[in-house]
Design a protein around this ligand. Structure first.
Ligand SMILES: CNc1nc2c(CC[C@H]3O[C@H](OC)[C@H](OC)[C@@H](OC)[C@@H]3OC)c3nc(N)[nH]c(=O)c3cc2[nH]1
Length: 373
């Protein structure tokens, strides 16, 4: 009997929640941070290293993989898990966001989006049906509805129109997904920073019914204060017994603030992308390792960190390999950043389970000096 997809809510502390998402490929402890593995790889990391940082699930990208090497080729080769040697859960985005941010010559209609590949200029079409089919071919465990995410700032009419289109696409995504025990389809709430439109979107999604619900349309330039303002009410419009996924977030303090407002899952390129550019996140703040003042520093990035970079290398060494453009530079700092993000998630899971989340948040903020350290 195929193991089904389910969410067990274990404990709450204020609006913060901790639980477990059960999937046939393994459990996802929440609150969860999901490393981004856009083109079938978490850049600069071996899959076993990603697991060693504490990740239970990672992300793949419909837009990138449909262009190269194509979903059909990955399907022929046994699916994305086998292809990238990651046997645990994978969540794939539906591609709408990337098309609007990466592709050229886009045309948006009720049917979907036609666009030209940013790789070779070839013409492509993404519709709810095609996006769901691609995510099925990839073998994704958690599939996202095909939606349209409007760039902010946008006027209310544009946001309302876009949200209602996304709700019609959510209906078509649900229809195209069919009955796939053990797999999940997540709806994506839109509505910008308009509380009534957010409520309308949540109602539309609940009527259709999904295994999980994302809060979309945020982390698109609105800033943390506006994002938190929306998160003060948006998660409450969603079913309490299903996972809530905030897309594209974020910096450590964004993540903590989102969990405090009832979010269960997040993804962001920040720890991996910054790792490659020499920006290290630590409990005391951000370290830009390429800065000359680290050239002779024998200390590790963070004395309290147990990752390979902090256990075996000095700041001076990390500074040197970044200045020399050595491949190990991005590997070590990406590993450190992902390790640190997972450490924050573990800390929050433990604190929520123990009912000490308030104190944990206070400690988290007290440790962080301002600016570079
Ligand atoms: C940054 N602020 C941010 N990212 C939003 C993503 C994309 C998440 C996507 O963000 C990168 O793509 C660009 C990642 O690849 C680099 C993807 O990982 C596979 C990740 O997929 C979940 C959204 N995706 C959809 N479908 N709908 C959204 O409303 C939405 C909102 C976002 N805000």
């Amino acid at each position: 009997m195929t193991k089904r997809f389910s969410f067990d809510l274990k404990a709450t502390d204020g609006k913060a929640r901790t639980g477990v998402i059960n999937t046939p490929r393994g459990e996802v402890r929440t609150p969860a941070f999901m490393p981004v593995g856009t083109a079938a790889t978490v850049k600069a990391m071996m899959p076993e290293s990603v697991r060693a940082t504490g990740a239970d699930i990672l992300l793949g990208n419909t837009y990138h993989l449909m262009l190269r090497p194509t979903a059909e080729r990955i399907d022929r080769l046994g699916g994305l898990h086998k292809f990238m040697n990651w046997e645990r859960p994978i969540l794939t985005d539906s591609g709408g966001f990337q098309v609007m941010s990466l592709a050229g010559l886009r045309k948006l209609t009720e049917k979907g989006v036609t666009f030209k590949s940013h790789i070779d200029g070839s013409k492509h079409e993404l519709t709810p049906e095609r996006s769901i089919e691609i995510q099925r071919l990839l073998g994704s465990d958690i599939v996202m509805c095909f939606d349209e995410c409007p760039a902010l700032p946008a006027d209310r009419e544009r946001i309302a129109e876009s949200m209602r289109l996304s709700m019609r696409w959510a209906e078509r995504s649900r229809e195209a997904f069919g009955d796939r025990p053990g797999h999940a389809l997540f709806g994506i709430m839109q509505g910008g920073l308009e509380q009534d439109l957010r409520e309308e979107s949540a109602e539309a999604l609940r009527k259709i019914g999904f295994e999980g619900y994302a809060v979309g349309g945020l982390a698109v330039g609105e800033g943390q204060e506006a994002m938190f303002g929306c998160l003060d009410y948006a998660p409450d419009f969603l079913p309490v017994d299903k996972p809530r996924y905030l897309m594209g977030v974020g910096k450590p303090d964004d993540i903590v603030g989102a969990v405090a407002r009832g979010i269960d899952m997040m993804d962001c390129v920040l720890p991996s992308r910054s790792g490659r550019t020499g920006q290290a996140f630590t409990r005391h703040g951000v370290v830009n390792i390429k800065n000359a003042r680290h050239a002779d520093d024998p200390r590790p990035l963070d004395e309290n960190c147990s990752c390979p970079a902090c256990s075996n290398y000095s700041r001076a060494y990390l500074h040197h390999v970044f200045r020399s453009n050595e491949m190990i530079s991005g590997m070590l700092l990406t590993w450190h950043n992902l390790h640190y993000f997972q450490e924050i998630m573990q800390g929050m899971r433990d604190a929520i389970a123990a009912g000490t989340f308030e104190a944990w948040q206070a400690e988290f903020h007290a440790q962080r000096a301002q600016g570079d350290i």
